[in-house]
Design a protein around this ligand. Structure first.
Ligand code: SAM
Length: 304
């Protein structure tokens, strides 16, 4: 085997041949082969060497290698058991890494992070995500109850565009508002298909979410908030008033109309025009309306 260089294609070919590895489409295995990319992800995703990093899908260890150089500890969850022997080889020079054969979606992240990162200042997530489950993985991380400092992930460019879209734009959707509840998302840089082996047929982008310690939208019923967002975008073409009918209780449509007017919106406004803070305001108003909250002293009519 030539000297370890995971982003050198001839080394990678020799390595995969030696370990009998054929990239599996079903696990979204597109390994990074552009040296600059894992370096840049690790630099942006783990700027503090006191922090621990949770990686999803280490693959052959290309990004993991860069993370190990910069983090206090790296815990990498890999679903594909056949990659474990090669990871043992490629990460053999580090003693701050633990690879666990596990499906991220079946892992209790709160328990794992308490067990593995108690000595670390913060816990961050870094990953070149498998594209077949990007959105479920992101929501699973955000809803895990773990206070991640940041989440830095490679995703399809189209997904990054959606998550960072402005309210009212064509890309804006339920996922934009949902991620916005948990943190602030931004695109860091785009990555061309040629940076992977095998090359995917889409452009990619590194996305970073700086997670809130406490969401500014927490002071409302979270379940109600998310059900409003889901309903609004399930029927995107409908007016918000009509789209929300299925989650509103009898008599609440009039209350909603008053509240929207108070917020400065026309009665025929569509859900795609409201950002997360406006959905949170709606959810708060509806909760108060439902509770007939004594300290608010407001009924629906008083909002008008
Ligand atoms: N990190 C490597 C790199 O950048 O070259 C590999 C990234 S590859 C796009 C995605 C990796 O996620 C693969 O190693 C795949 O086996 C793994 N994976 C796919 N689904 C997973 C799951 N549900 N849980 C954990 N790992 C998963």
């Amino acid at each position: 085997m030539p000297e370890t260089n995971l982003t050198d294609l001839s080394f990678l070919r020799a390595l995969t041949r030696e370990y009998g590895i054929v990239p599996k489409k079903k696990y979204g295995q597109n390994f990074l082969i552009n040296r600059m990319v894992p370096e840049r992800i690790a630099l942006a995703g783990c700027p503090d060497e006191r922090d621990g990093v949770l990686e999803i899908g280490p693959g052959l260890g290309t990004l993991t290698y860069e993370l190990c150089k910069r983090a206090a500890k790296v815990v990498a969850l890999e679903i594909d058991a056949s990659l474990l022997p090669v990871l043992e080889y490629t990460l053999s020079e580090f003693d701050n890494v633990k690879v666990i054969e596990k499906d991220i979606m079946k892992t209790d992240l709160a328990e794992l992070c308490t067990q593995e990162f108690s000595e670390c200042e913060h816990v961050r997530v870094c990953a070149n995500l498998p594209y077949y489950i990007t959105t479920p993985v992101l929501m699973y991380l955000l809803e895990s109850g773990v206070n991640f400092k940041s989440i830095t992930v490679m995703v399809q460019k189209e997904v990054a565009d959606r998550i960072t879209a402005r309210a009212g734009s064509a890309e804006y959707g339920a996922i934009t508002a949902a991620v916005g509840f948990y943190g602030q998302a931004k695109k860091l840089f785009t990555v061309s298909p040629g940076s992977f082996f095998p090359a995917p047929n889409v452009e990619s982008c590194v996305l970073q979410i700086e997670c809130y310690v406490h969401s500014p939208y927490e002071n409302c019923d979270r379940e109600l908030l998310f059900s409003l967002i889901r309903a609004a975008f399930e029927q995107r073409r409908k007016t918000l008033r009509n789209a929300l009918k299925k989650v509103l209780l009898p008599g609440e449509t009039e209350f909603l109309e008053c509240k929207l007017e108070e917020m400065g919106f026309q009665a025929d406004i569509r859900g795609e025009k409201l950002d997360i803070s406006q959905y949170a305001e709606l959810a708060r108003a509806l909760s108060l309306h439902r509770a007939g909250s004594p300290f608010s002293g407001q009924s629906g009519a008083e909002y008008c």
